[in-house]
Write a protein that binds this ligand. Structure first.
Ligand code: PEP
Ligand code: MG
Length: 577
């Protein structure tokens, strides 16, 4: 089988089939030998087992997250104990001769839908607890045991139809050897997280992975997207050799580039920065020769522990990152939760990518944003800290964010905590609305960073995680390039630096026209840094500018592709020893 190569590396091991709650069980009617009574007994037993399990989890909830988790488990036990749910499920078993799991899914599903439509936010929050209970009970009834996340006890390759970054964080205990998903693409957040964690991943396989038997042996190749079930010894041997060969992320000769600047042959300098999801990756960024971190996705601090980190914990994490960078800039994005990085207990939304995500969510909780800004300002005396806010669609939103930034500064002044009063405050350009307002935004911001992973999806109306739209998930649409051109021009007219932190800036084909457009910095996964540096050092800025002008003038994605491929082929030939 072949999917999309989502995160590099080779993994081999047993399959762990991960199931998520919204995968409904098939509707099953009782066979003639099954009685309504025995099915009701099975239901009672499953509810009792889940109840016991929830109380066990409650007891084991560790450290600071303990009390929050305990409350969640209490709420879930109440749902398990609810006599009216139990009675309705038994009625459905009796009246419709449905198997217990089908009856439970139907009754609880109906209740969930009613709650999700409720105008009361507290009731809507409850929908998540109901979902969690539904999963556990159905898994119990279908013989999958309890919630699968607690059963990863052996190093395994996780197979899932859909999986979120939060699910991966809950599984990650050194036991996830690789990830394979039915859906998703190269820039889905799961793929980006897998890269950060160094876990090979294949996405968009397109087949129902629930049909794979647990513990089936498989090999996955995150370089080519190959997935081989039940490999023979020759195949295992072949991939083991490939694993050893590709273990180092970049060849020895590229290591020499680490301390050299990214400068074209005609002396045009670009800053090459690293995208990181976890603070610990700053070391990898430095080792790869990054001039700094261009995007630190702080929302993973939340996803790791299931709640917002305290201000003190944030100061500690940010201090470590800025100290490791030893004078290099650290560009930090405020929490960008929502959409496919939704918190596990977030209220469901019909269109999450167009919903309460990024800054919109932060503005619902301004005290949390203000505390994050304080924590970042508190380490700004240790090195250059640049802070930016995601998902801006209007000047007003940015102005509100900026006022919270100013309040955070006032808080520190009151507490007599020193900070760098010139610490930069900017924004990510990820929506076409922000592109149109770029000049006005540039007059109010200290810098721009373009998030093309999202800008592509919002420009072309293509969900970045939808596997059926794979052929449209690319960065060659001329509409995108025209917008990039507008952003750089507007930013420079407003005299602020303009960077790009979408993954496309680490694509050797895209990077040359991006440099030609005049981006001041490029930020992408550290593993790609040495190769991109070598490429930039072999071309002229004048040629890149001509290429960019032709790209912007193109009418079709096909024309853009052809232009960049021809240009790249010439540049790459020069690179060969
Ligand atoms: C982007 O949208 O391009 C970006 C860098 O942010 P993320 O991938 O985290 O949404
Ligand atoms: Mg984004």
């Amino acid at each position: 089988m072949r999917g999309i190569a989502a995160a590099p590396g080779i993994a081999s091991g047993p399959a762990f089939v991960y199931r998520v709650g919204h995968e409904a069980p098939p509707v099953r009617v009782l066979a003639s030998k099954e009685t309504v009574e025995s099915e009701c007994v099975r239901l009672d037993a499953a509810l009792a087992a889940v109840r016991e399990e929830l109380l066990r989890f409650k007891k084991k909830s560790p450290g600071s997250v303990g009390s929050a988790l305990a409350k969640i488990f209490d709420a879930q036990v109440m749902i398990v104990d609810d006599p009216s749910i139990r009675a309705q499920v038994k009625d459905a078993i009796g009246a419709k001769r449905l198997a217990a799991e089908s009856a439970f899914a139907r009754v609880v599903g109906d209740a969930q839908k009613a709650i999700e439509r409720s105008p009361d936010p507290y009731l809507r929050e409850m929908a998540n607890d109901i979902e969690a209970v539904k999963t556990r009970v159905i898994n119990q009834l279908m013989g999958h045991g309890a919630d699968s996340e607690h059963h990863l006890s052996l190093p395994s390759i996780v197979l899932a139809n859909t999986i979120t970054p939060a699910d991966i964080m809950s599984l990650q205990k050194g036991l996830v050897l690789g990830v394979v998903t039915q859906t998703g693409g190269q820039i889905s957040h799961v793929a980006l997280l897998a890269k950060s964690l160094g876990i090979p991943a294949v996405a968009g396989l397109g087949v129902d992975l629930r049909t794979v038997r647990p513990s089936t042996r498989l090999v996955i190749d995150g370089f080519s997207g190959a997935v081989i079930l039940n490999p023979g010894s020759d195949t295992i041997e072949f991939f083991e050799r490939k694993r050893r060969r590709t273990h180092s992320p970049w060849p020895k000769k590229l290591e020499a580039l680490r301390d050299l600047p990214a400068v074209t042959v005609d002396r045009h300098k670009v800053s090459i920065l690293a995208n990181i999801d976890l603070a610990g990756e700053t070391e990898l960024a430095v080792a790869a020769g990054a001039a700094g971190v261009g995007l630190y996705r702080t929302e993973y601090l939340f996803l790791q522990q299931g709640e917002y980190p305290s201000e003190a914990k944030q100061v500690e994490v940010y201090r470590r990152a800025i100290t490791t960078l030893a004078g290099r800039p650290l560009v930090v994005r405020s929490f960008d939760l929502g959409s496919d990085k939704a918190a596990p207990n977030a209220a469901p939304e019909a269109n999450p990518a167009l919903g309460v995500r990024g800054l919109r969510l932060s503005l619902e909780k301004p005290a949390i944003l203000r505390a994050q800004f304080r924590a970042l300002l508190a380490v700004s005396t240790l090195g250059p800290v640049w802070v930016m806010v995601p998902m801006i669609a209007s000047v007003e939103e940015f102005e509100v964010a900026r006022s919270i930034w100013n309040q955070a500064k006032a808080d520190l002044r009151r507490k007599k905590i020193p900070f760098d009063s010139k610490a930069k405050f900017g924004l990510m350009i990820e929506t076409p609305a922000a592109v149109r307002m770029a000049y006005e935004l540039a007059q109010r911001a200290d810098f721009f960073s373009v998030g093309t992973n999202d800008l592509v999806q919002y420009t072309t109306a293509v969900d970045r995680g939808n596997q059926r739209l794979q052929s449209l998930q690319h960065h060659w649409h001329p509409a995108l390039w025209r917008q990039l051109d507008d952003i750089v021009k507007a930013g420079h007219r407003g005299e602020i630096p303009v960077g790009i932190c979408g993954e496309m800036s680490g694509d050797p084909l895209a990077v040359l026209p991006l440099v030609g457009l005049g981006f001041d910095s490029l930020s992408f996964h550290p593993n790609s840094i040495p190769r991109i540096k070598a490429l930039l050092r072999s071309v002229s800025f004048a040629d890149c500018r001509k290429l960019a002008a032709s790209v912007v003038a193109s009418a079709t994605s096909g024309q853009v592709r052809k232009l960049v491929k021809t240009f790249y082929a010439r540049a790459a030939r020069k690179l060969k020893p």
